[in-house]
Design a protein around this ligand. Structure first.
Ligand code: BTN
Length: 245
């Protein structure tokens, strides 16, 4: 993707303005600076390469330059929209991948995007609810090849290119992503919960987390993960990380 190839997506409210950088530390940090300086809803930062990409739970997020889509959007939203952002952003990312590549995607709670049980995209949301905004960061492995993933991720990560067996246009994925995000982040209908539940990769499966283990029972109305422990307790997890047994 040439740096000049990207234009604000005129058909939606997201991606205008769009700042396309060849390199930055973390697009989330750039977007946060923009938000604090008053950037409007839908401002987007895309980088060809990040030198300090951040993931959830304090992890790093790495991608070979030019292979993934690494972007962050400034979103100014109503409280209920901010609350459901982890779900709506995950759904939008699934829908964009499917629209462009025709691949089946699932969500691993709260918002990892899986193809065939392998992680294809991750989402990092940094919200300031009192100020009514959030930075939504998405790292989507579009054209990463198997050998380009760090060794410790090769068994658990994939890309659209690997899933499809051919190169994928990052411009088309970006376009679809901005369009689906614009629609989903403001969608206050029950469809968000229903559609998320249809894509839930964990429901009915044995999971473990820092505090215990059990069978995933889907998500509740607030988007928390429900787990039934072996001793019969119903536990709800509102944050953190779960792993499949
Ligand atoms: C995760 O799965 O742990 C979340 C990964 C989020 C990575 C994206 S890449 C664009 C944005 N900028 C960052 O520094 N992180 C997010």
């Amino acid at each position: 993707m040439r740096v000049s190839a990207l234009r604000p997506n005129a058909a939606t409210k997201l991606g205008g303005p769009l700042l396309h950088l060849s390199e930055t530390g973390s697009t989330n940090d750039r977007a946060r600076e923009l938000a604090l300086a008053g950037a409007s809803h839908g401002s987007v930062v895309v980088a060809e390469s990040q030198t300090a990409g951040r993931g959830r739970q304090g992890r790093n997020w790495v991608a070979p330059p030019g292979a993934a889509l690494t972007l962050s959007a400034v979103l100014r939203l109503e409280p209920s929209e901010l609350q459901q952002l982890p779900l709506s952003a995950a759904l939008a990312t699934c829908e964009a991948c499917e629209a462009v590549c025709g691949v089946e995607t699932q969500v691993k709670w709260p918002n990892d995007i899986w193809i065939g049980g392998l992680k294809t995209a991750g989402i990092l949301i940094e919200a300031r609810p009192q100020a009514g905004w959030a930075v939504l960061g998405i790292g989507l492995n579009v054209n990463t090849r198997e050998h380009e993933f760090p060794e410790e991720l090769r068994e658990t990560a994939t890309s659209l290119r690997v899933a499809l067996g051919e190169e994928v246009s990052r411009e088309r994925v970006l376009d679809a992503l901005l369009e689906r995000l614009a629609a989903r982040v403001c969608d206050r209908s029950e469809a968000v919960l229903d559609d998320y539940r249809r894509r839930d990769a964990l429901v009915g499966r044995s999971v473990r987390w820092k505090g215990g283990a059990g069978t995933a029972g889907g998500i509740d109305e607030q988007g928390n993960l429900v787990v039934f422990t072996e001793s019969g307790y119903r536990v709800t997890l509102d944050a953190g990380e779960v792993h499949l047994e």
